[in-house]
Design a protein around this ligand. Structure first.
Ligand code: URA
Length: 155
């Protein structure tokens, strides 16, 4: 299960998460490790959502308080979707899920046993950030390889 920040303009229009430019990059990143949101086989399927169900006015970054407000809904969403791994993308979902103020640069690539869900959780960079900073894609790639290995180990 992939958890992003909040819908953007295109996501609001379509009512679906990650369908704009960042979503297209996310689809390519997941495809590189054999995962797709249209797959039904659990070894290959991604379920994609956001911490916030709508974008804060003015497209600003959600506050930690806003993210904390929606956390119970996300935890319930995870319990219903029953993923094997949680991948948080960027600062907002990572800090909210881990109840931490540590930035994504220090958190990415490190697995946590996430107590509230009982699932392995891996933070990585947000694809919108990678669109702005393509040189950082190598780190996201390292993280995705870890996801693939973890899923393979669960077969
Ligand atoms: N960015 C996000 O964090 N979520 C989306 O759904 C789209 C862009």
């Amino acid at each position: 299960m992939v958890i992003g920040e909040a819908p953007g303009q295109e996501e609001d229009r379509q009512g679906k998460p990650f369908v704009g430019r960042a979503g297209q990059l996310l689809d390519r990143m997941l495809a590189a490790i054999g995962i797709s949101r249209t797959e039904t086989d659990p070894a290959k399927a991604a379920y994609i959502t956001n911490i916030l169900p709508w974008r804060p006015v003015g497209n600003r970054t959600p506050t930690p308080e806003e993210a904390a407000l929606f956390l119970p809904f996300v935890l319930r969403h995870i319990a219903l979707a029953k993923p094997r791994i949680v991948l948080t993308m960027g600062n907002t979902p990572t800090k909210a899920m881990l109840d931490s103020t540590t930035g994504i640069r220090r958190m990415r690539g490190r697995w946590t046993d996430h107590a509230a869900t009982g699932l392995p959780l891996l933070p990585t960079f947000h694809p919108a950030y990678l669109l702005r900073q393509p040189a950082e894609k190598k780190f996201a790639w390292q993280d995705l390889i870890q996801v693939r290995k973890a899923l393979d180990g669960m077969e």
